[in-house]
Design a protein around this ligand. Structure first.
Ligand code: NDP
Length: 231
């Protein structure tokens, strides 16, 4: 019997998510893109049914329950793979300076939305007697306290713990945490352009660029998929 795998990628308009989606489309995996928008190239892919786009602002939590992810998944899927990639590095600022609303917004996108999306996919997997597998795009910052990045560090750490709790509750759900290393994307640009007072470790990020340590997201996306055996 042929295995049917449904792959969902979040945050696909640019950066690592764009390349993950692009490689999956190229491989003919008919991925499901979940995010606020897709690049022009992927609009064409959606029109030709090479991928499915489910529009969602993942930071608007009350709207997430309304998203119909289940109908985007093939009824016959026996494995559902979530690549939880969408993320935000802001607010940048020391704990004494960041305001509660922007702190909550970071947690909404980086930690709560991945949990809600995983919960919805778990329900869809259970109703199909399919397996759920989650690739959590994490970061070294989830394990390292960086001055000025409390919102990012803490919300990414929270996401990892939520997924670990899910794995403890449901040993049949496979959870993998992936640290992609430092990537040449908008996120790194935001970090090295930050104010030194808001981000006392700004030089660390400036050094990644000046020392040519940033990796191309396409190369990293290719490695992530190959290591995960996808598609
Ligand atoms: P980018 O900032 O380049 O891209 C972020 C992606 O997330 C975009 O597609 C963006 O879409 C999407 N996104 C942001 N907000 C929302 C939202 N409210 N709803 C839906 N989608 C949203 O980030 P990277 O590609 O650099 O990072 C990807 C992942 O890798 C993140 O989880 C990050 O934590 C992790 N990571 C990155 C590192 C790096 O060096 N860049 C290092 C370690 C980990 P939109 O265009 O709509 O904003």
């Amino acid at each position: 019997m042929n295995q049917q795998r449904a792959i969902i990628v979040t945050g696909v308009s640019r950066g690592l998510g764009f390349d993950l989606l692009d490689l999956l489309v190229e491989a003919g995996a008919r991925p499901i893109a979940l995010g606020r928008r897709v690049d022009r190239r992927h609009k064409v892919a959606v029109a030709s049914k090479a991928c499915v786009f489910v529009a969602a602002d993942l930071s608007v939590l009350p709207s997430l329950d309304q998203i119909d992810l289940a109908s985007a998944l093939p009824q016959t899927a026996d494995e559902i793979v979530l690549i939880s990639n969408a993320g935000v590095v802001e607010p940048i600022g020391t704990v004494g300076a960041i305001d509660g609303a922007s702190l909550a917004a970071a947690f909404a996108l980086n930690a709560v939305a991945p949990a809600i999306v995983a919960r919805k996919l778990l329900a869809a997997a259970d109703s199909r007697q399919a397996k759920l597998r989650v690739l959590n795009i994490s970061t070294g910052a989830a394990r390292r306290a960086l001055p000025g990045l409390a919102a990012y560090c803490a919300s990414k750490a929270a996401a990892a713990m939520i997924f670990d709790c899910l794995a403890a509750e449901r040993p049949d759900v496979a959870i993998e945490h992936i640290d992609p290393g430092v990537l040449d994307t908008d996120m790194q640009n935001t970090l090295r352009s930050a104010d030194d007072q808001a981000l006392p470790v700004r030089q660390l990020f400036a050094g990644f660029e000046s020392e040519a340590k940033l990796r191309l997201p396409r190369d990293v996306a290719r490695e992530i998929l190959a290591r995960a055996g996808l598609p």
